[in-house]
Ligand binder design. Sequence first.
Ligand SMILES: [Zn+2]
Length: 62
Amino acid sequence: MWFVGRCYKCGHPIAFRSGQKTVTCRRCFKRLSCKKIKILYKVETSMEASAVMRAMKLRKLP
Ligand SMILES: [Zn+2]
């Protein structure tokens, strides 16, 4: 399971796996605690997660 949310510092879309504790934002390089990230989407594969992030960047998804 993959979760997609936004960086709570800069708002950049971010994806992480279930069980992962931290993730580093690719835009601001802040190390984020996965617990603090509001999950917007849940998907099965990393490919789906990157498709969702791409759509978020293009503002096709909130
Ligand atoms: Zn960020």
